[in-house]
Design a protein around this ligand. Structure first.
Ligand code: ADP
Ligand code: MG
Length: 679
């Protein structure tokens, strides 16, 4: 089926649609018949067919029956009309009144089987009807509801859409090429339009929506892909990494790489192998094993004769990464260095020198890496962990220390910035969706402060088994000193309540060396209860710590709570996270329930978004996200990813969209350009 130009004509080319209706439709952004067909309902009235004796007064229903009397039409008031007739439903008779749809009297005849939507009046045994459906189309109870405004009424719009469907539907063509549609099991545009406007059942409505979201994202990503293919060809250096060495690294790991990790490593290596600069964003929930992936990228680059740099936002994290990466790579003769704000001057000078002459293969550090004095001999790979913590300029400062080095950004919070990146198409995307096998899901619960006995009981149980505990307090106020007081108070209280345990406070205001020392002691098991502010938010990894208590949890965002919780559940033992909070509002209670029940970081981010509103989450500076009619960039994120892949493939193969099977797509994209130009 091909797209028919007639469908792209103005709505006024529909029979009976004049200039006035045309203007009304324009106020909804509907110019052409095509626009009208793709103007989808925002919800459905899901109406059930119920036996009459089960209906309540005023209930909205769909009733099926047989027209029992000739419809009688009368006018009253100024241009008001009513069509009335009796409807037989099994052995009952009710009265049906349609208001202001005089033409119905001609469409109805005695003996006809019909389905009617309306509001039931129990006392009068009558139905205030608003929609008539042929009985054969009426096994459903789903009445489309469109978003309208004061220029046009719901019923009018519904009628126009149905008219457009009746007259023009086959001409909509297929924007999504057959092959892709089949691959993702999507509906044809005809079926999609029908499923959206007149779904037979909720499943069909869902299928329609699914296809509509894909289609919308796909068309968007096609534009992006066309843009970027015409704009830039990133040059870079092909890295002929040593497969044998990489395989040896795989064997040396104490665990098997997860399927997702393997997939992502392959994606990265494929990028590195060609002479185009890699720009890839790796997203994975906390604890999903991104660091290991980074190690492979680093080692690959090194075996190809390049240096690598890994930049992270905090010293604690830098230290931890340094320890882990050295442990994994030093056996292979890799020289690793750690460079942070607290690296001593002498050592620092030594590192500068060895980076410049290529002695050091990989440097791990904080912002200290972007100092002018840091010069690489041959920087081929830049990895930025928790990349949303860095500004664009900071990232560039590191990247520019190499000659078009490959870039791998990593994040555990897919929102907000990475999302923007995805929808703006500046980067390729890799995802680790599943945690490594063998992880026991963290058991989470929300406790109120009346339930501290429960909390303490669990703490004692875990401590008795030799496990360690994080006790976290949030940044409650603007004032850091108040937060500190809060953390100190908690530390004192726990010290008092757990006299046999080693309770230590770690907070953001401490000197880095002190922080590191405490973290090292904690990871070596010399501290039982670590009281912290949200310093430990990112990346810290102590497998023996399997209980986290988050106090005043309602003061954190859901995503942040999830990040914090990600610090535990990393070993083979069962982990627990308790959220202690006394939220006052219903919304606050709901949030605590959600975070206790939901383990999926993407979902929590979405909930955060729902509660706070998109503008708030993205911040003013990032509010430039494109708006979508059908899909949500957040909750339909995987669809966006798929649409992007597909679009890039198409454009890579056929940038001008010359292939026959892309004719409709090309046509629709051109049409969309016009659409965008007029609004
Ligand atoms: P992330 O950076 O994504 O939060 P990490 O890379 O720090 O996660 O990994 C979390 C923990 O899981 C680490 O202790 C790591 O050694 C371990 N790990 C990573 N990959 C696997 C795997 N495939 N199987 C088992 N454990 C793994
Ligand atoms: Mg990490």
């Amino acid at each position: 089926m091909t797209l028919d130009d007639a469908v792209l004509m103005p709505v006024t080319s529909l029979k009976g649609v004049g200039a006035k209706t045309g203007e009304a439709l324009q106020s909804l952004g509907i110019y052409s018949i095509y626009d009208l067909l793709f103007y989808f309902p925002y919800r459905y009235d899901e109406l059930e067919t119920l036996p009459l004796d089960q209906l309540n007064d005023g209930q909205k229903v769909m009733l099926k029956g047989i027209v029992a009397t000739t419809p009688y039409q009368n006018y009253f008031g100024y241009r008001k009309s009513r069509v009335s007739f009796k409807l037989r439903i099994d052995h009952d008779i009710i009265m049906v009144n349609f208001f202001n749809q005089p033409w119905l009297s001609k469409q109805l005849e005695v003996g006809q089987e019909v389905a009617i939507y309306g509001k039931y009046d129990l006392r009068k045994q009558s139905l205030s009807a608003y929609k008539l459906v042929a009985a054969k189309n009426a096994d459903n109870g789903m009445a489309p509801i469109y978003s309208v405004n004061r220029h046009i009424k719901q019923k009018k719009l519904q009628g126009l859409i149905d008219q457009a469907i009746a007259e023009c539907l086959p001409g909509v063509g297929n924007a999504v090429p057959d092959e892709i549609r089949q691959k993702y099991r999507l509906l044809t545009d005809c079926d999609l339009v029908m499923a959206m406007h007149h779904p037979k059942n909720p499943d069909e409505a869902r299928a329609g929506r699914r296809s509509a979201v894909f289609r919308e994202f796909f068309l968007f990503q096609m534009q992006m892909a066309q843009l970027s293919s015409s704009n830039k060809k990133q040059i870079g250096h092909a890295k002929k990494y040593d497969l044998g060495e990489v395989a040896a690294l795989t064997k040396s790991l104490p665990f098997e790489l997860s399927a997702d990790q393997k997939k992502v490593i392959n994606e990265i290596f494929a990028d590195m192998f060609i002479d185009k600069q890699m720009q890839r964003l790796l997203q994975g929930d906390v604890g999903s094993g991104k660091t290991v992936v980074a190690v492979f990228a680093i080692y690959g680059a090194i075996t190809a004769g390049y240096q690598a740099a890994l930049m992270v936002p905090t010293e604690i994290l830098a230290n931890q990464h340094f320890r882990k990466i050295s442990e994994m790579l030093e056996p292979f003769g890799v020289r690793c260095a750690l460079l942070t704000g607290s690296t001593k001057a002498m050592e620092r000078r030594e590192i500068y020198k060895e980076l410049a002459d290529g002695m050091i293969n990989v440097v791990i550090g904080t912002h200290a890496l972007i100092q002018d004095k840091v010069i690489f001999k041959k920087l081929g790979l830049v990895i930025i962990d928790e990349q949303h913590r860095f500004g664009v300029a900071q990232r560039l400062a590191l990247i520019n220390k190499g000659d078009h080095p490959d870039i791998l950004a990593m994040t555990a919070t897919p929102i907000p910035r990475s999302l923007a990146l995805t929808v703006y198409g500046e980067t390729d995307l890799s995802e680790i969706r599943h945690l490594p096998a063998g992880r026991k899901p963290i058991i989470s619960a929300w406790k109120t402060s009346d339930q501290m006995d429960d909390v303490y009981r669990l703490m004692r149980e875990q401590l008795a088994q030799g496990f360690q505990i994080y006790a976290v307090t949030p940044l409650i106020t603007e004032s850091e000193s108040m937060d500190l007081e809060n953390a100190e108070a908690l530390c004192q209280r726990l010290t008092h309540d757990f006299p046999d345990q080693r309770v230590v406070l770690l907070h953001g205001k401490m000197a880095s060396a002190d922080k590191d020392e405490i973290m090292t002691r904690f990871s070596e098991g010399e501290i039982d209860i670590l009281v912290t502010t949200s310093v430990i938010e990112v990346g810290v990894d102590v497998a023996n710590a399997n209980l986290m208590i988050i106090f005043d949890a309602d003061r954190f965002g859901l995503s942040q709570l999830h990040q914090l919780r990600g610090r535990i559940g990393r070993g083979q033992t069962q982990s627990y996270c308790l959220f202690v909070a006394d939220p006052k509002t219903e919304a606050g209670k709901k949030r605590m329930q959600i975070v206790a029940e939901t383990r999926d970081g993407f979902k929590l981010a979405e909930e955060d978004l729902k509660m706070r509103g998109e503008g708030d989450l993205f911040g003013k500076a990032q509010s430039g996200l494109p708006e979508f009619k059908m899909g949500s960039v957040v909750s339909d994120y995987p669809v966006m990813v798929a649409a992007r892949e597909v679009a890039q493939e198409i454009v890579a193969k056929d940038p001008e969209l010359k292939a026959d099977q892309l004719a409709d797509l090309k046509h629709v994209l051109e049409y969309n350009k016009l659409v965008q130009a007029r609004s």
